[in-house]
Design a protein around this ligand. Structure first.
Ligand code: UDP
Length: 330
């Protein structure tokens, strides 16, 4: 099959590209390298340094490579930044997706798997979060992803573009070889930041808030291994091609780990004491976010291979030891 991965130079897109190639698919990648790294893109993919907002260029890639399905990752994804620069997020995420869908209509490509987020749900007291929960984003990032999902719904009705939106919880870890992994600049995510301590790149990890209503007072999140996440995309793509039925699914583990538990797990994996320091709460952090992924398990046949957080951290640790300075564009 011919698959186009947008945002294929980013953390999640580069893993999708590699795993699809391993499965024998032909992969084309579009990325403008604004936050991604060419270095992360597997050489076997056809790489195009273009912007999803350039309709003609996207159209040309779709037609030239006879694309059967698009997996759409290209988006900005930092909650804090989205609150500071909301219009930048609407432009890239919402307008960019509009242009991509336009190009797909013209090129007659009717299948898209789409990277959405738990942030579409906003704050809920009850856990775990199922797909029946109301969508009520509390930040611009989540709102742009919800707008993208809605756009796809109407593009399906009007143009027959079938989509599956996958709502991710906390994606973490790295490809088992350690060749690619999570490399952001600046880094804001918990696991890579914790690992900077044993790498000697930071003295301590800050724990953002210790007075949440959780057993140890620190925030609880649902961590899912990147390889398991990508597997769900591949299941979703095949399901969509065979059923032609648009849908959306949560992707998480159903289990929650606190910030303190994650630091403790990283100590075990790295055999390093990892100094932790109490800090202020980070604005906008809900106390607990745990997914129910029963729908994906039941309907997509998705089974996680890496349910243990230690295994997730160990894979990230392997990547960071190999790429101490992360990725860089020349
Ligand atoms: N966190 C922390 N210290 C850090 C970075 C993150 O305590 O240096 C916490 C953060 O407040 C949240 C959890 O770790 O409760 C996961 O944060 P991350 O940014 O990785 O993902 P998010 O849940 O925001 O998508």
């Amino acid at each position: 099959m011919n698959v186009l991965v947008t945002g294929g130079a980013g953390y999640i897109g580069s893993h999708a590209t590699k795993i699809l190639l391993e499965r024998g698919e032909n992969v084309s990648v579009i990325d403008n390298l604004s936050t991604g790294y060419k270095q992360a893109v597997d050489d076997r993919a056809s790489f195009y340094n273009i912007d999803i907002k350039d309709k003609q260029a996207v159209y040309n890639v779709l037609v030239k490579n006879k694309i059967d399905a698009v997996i759409h990752f290209a988006a900005f994804s930092l909650v804090g930044e989205s609150m500071k620069y909301p219009l930048k997020y609407y432009d890239n995420n919402v307008y960019g997706t509009k242009v991509l869908l336009d190009a797909m209509v013209d090129a007659n490509v009717k299948t898209i798997i789409f990277s959405s987020t738990a942030a579409v749900y906003g704050d809920h007291k009850k856990m775990p979060i199922t797909e029946e929960f109301a969508e009520n984003p509390t930040n611009t990032y989540g709102d742009t992803k919800l707008a993208m999902e809605k756009m796809m719904k109407w593009a399906d009705i009007a143009h027959g573009i079938k989509y599956i939106a996958l709502r991710y919880f906390n994606v973490a870890g790295a490809y088992y070889t350690g060749e690619i992994g999570e490399s952001h600049n600046p880094e804001t995510h918990l696991i890579p930041l914790i690992l900077q301590v044993p790498l000697g790149k930071r003295e301590f990890i800050s724990i953002f808030g210790n007075d949440y209503s959780t057993p140890d007072g620190t925030c609880i999140r649902d961590y899912i291994h990147i390889e398991d996440l990508i597997e769900a995309h591949i299941f979703a793509m095949h399901k969509l091609i065979s059923t032609r039925k648009s849908n959306y699914y949560n992707l998480g583990s159903g289990e929650g780990y606190s910030v303190k538990e994650m630091i403790e797990a990283a100590r075990k994996v790295t055999h390093h004491p990892i100094k932790a320091v109490q800090a202020e709460r980070r604005a906008g952090d809900p106390a607990r976010l745990i997914a129910s992924s029963k729908k994906a398990e039941k309907e997509l046949g998705w089974v996680r291979k890496y349910p243990k957080v230690e295994d997730i951290i160990a894979s990230a640790w392997k990547f960071h030891q190999k790429h101490k300075e992360g990725f860089k564009n020349e």
